[in-house]
Ligand binder design. Structure first.
Ligand SMILES: Nc1ncnc2c1ncn2[C@@H]1O[C@H](COP(=O)(O)OP(=O)(O)OP(=O)(O)O)[C@@H](O)[C@H]1O
Length: 381
């Protein structure tokens, strides 16, 4: 059975929700919404109201990989995306058959580096699942005092048997398998009627240049911090803050660090591309508010670059290169040293670790916690 244990999630580490030492008490009030990876509930925890994001076990569910990332302009980007799609298709197939998604060596995509990097299914979980993805992104923001870029996060909680009954009753379509650990992220409740894909929302959110700048700068900062957001769209950004990190990858991460198919100009460009589509796309800002093309000045848009005198005569490939270069931060280039220079001291003064190659990183953690538990299970049998 897949080990889904918070102890197996590699650094950066998110703090658990502080209950002040008391047993965890959750009062689920109402469902706020659901996405591909999770259900979000308004909940009272120890007297205070929060948004509780309950992630499902599957990394990606059937039909889920319909993001704007699919509309990359350049062939090169499109190709680098295929290796993710093949991973996701495997998940999809497994979910359709009703089983919890698990990779085996035979079912891995034909990318040997993927198999090399991860020896076991357990080793993959912390990098492909919505819960660890959010956990690591929020932890990195906290590490460098950049929490203000995202919705407030109050840590993670582990759900217990009493919550399982509730979840089984209300969230039956999810894989809430008993016997597995289940976690949730506690977030600030956005109480302004957060809605999906609503043009009024776009207008409201992007109505001021300040917010536009914040959204744009926020993404650049996150890239410098080694966070690739992965799912940028208007309904995942609220008041210039990033709300959803289910699909994020935080360095060191095999997908960003592996010099294989996904490296190079991949992930950060996808974020840029998605952000750009929020503006230039069919449903984007500029389509609705053509008189206010403020985003053109902020984003490394192809259209805008092509209009610049210096860009005349450049091929699309060259323009793409310029577009990409406009993004100073690259998640795969993250090192603690670099990030410290940009953002100051890490909040945990005890931290010593510098940039580690992903393989070293995985080697370091995959063993201990999981091995110990497996040994205990073997001993029990
Ligand atoms: N902090 C919050 N406060 C209020 N409502 C929220 C909050 N976070 C999420 N929601 C609601 O829950 C829905 C699902 O949340 P979220 O987008 O984080 O889930 P997801 O499974 O990662 O989604 P996606 O399909 O975009 O990957 C949102 O569309 C929104 O309606």
């Amino acid at each position: 059975m897949l080990e889904c244990d918070v102890a197996c999630i590699p650094e950066p580490k998110l703090h658990p929700f502080d209950t002040g030492g008391a047993p965890l008490e959750i009062d689920f009030i109402k469902k706020l919404g659901e996405g591909i990876h999770s259900h979000v509930w308004k909940a009272r925890i120890h007297g205070k109201i929060y948004a509780l994001k309950l992630a499902e076990l599957a990394a990606y569910r059937h039909g889920s990989w319909r993001s704007r990332s699919l509309s990359f302009h350049s062939e090169r980007w499109r190709q680098s995306e295929f290796s993710i799609i093949s991973v996701l298709l495997i998940h999809r197939a497994r979910l359709l058959t009703g089983s919890c998604p698990q990779f085996t060596d035979e079912q891995d995509p034909g990318d040997p580096s993927f198999r090399e990097m991860f020896g076991s299914e357990d080793a993959r979980w912390p990098y492909i699942h919505a819960f660890p993805n959010e956990y690591r992104a929020f932890a990195r923001l906290k590490e460098f005092g950049q929490e203000h870029l995202a919705v407030a996060c109050y840590g993670w909680i582990e759900l217990d048997e009493s919550h399982y009954d509730f979840m089984d009753r209300h969230i039956s379509k999810y894989a809430w398998h008993r016997g597995r650990k289940r976690y949730a992220i506690v977030k600030e409740l956005l109480d302004f009627g957060y809605t999906r894909c609503c043009h009024e929302e776009i207008r409201r959110v992007f109505a001021s240049l300040k917010l536009v700048k914040r959204t744009f700068q926020g993404l650049k900062t996150m890239h410098n911090l080694g966070i690739f957001v992965g799912d940028i769209k208007e309904d995942n950004i609220s008041e210039g803050k990033y709300v959803d990190f289910s699909r994020s990858w935080t360095a060191p991460h095999p997908y960003t660090a592996n010099p294989g198919k996904l490296s190079g100009e991949g992930p950060p460009s996808w974020d840029a591309d998605n952000l750009e589509e929020m503006v230039h796309g069919e449903d984007g800002w500029n389509a609705f508010f053509p008189a206010e093309k403020i985003w053109d000045r902020l984003l490394p848009s192809l259209e805008y670059l092509a209009k610049l005198r210096s860009s005349k005569g450049l091929s699309e490939g060259q323009i793409q290169g310029r577009c990409y270069n406009a993004w100073s931060g690259h998640p795969e280039d993250f090192t603690y040293q670099k990030a410290r220079k940009l953002f100051g001291q890490v909040t945990d003064p005890g931290r010593k670790s510098e940039h580690l190659k992903t393989t070293e990183y995985i080697e370091r953690w995959k063993c201990e916690a999981c091995e110990r538990r497996r040994e205990m299970q073997r001993a029990k049998r």
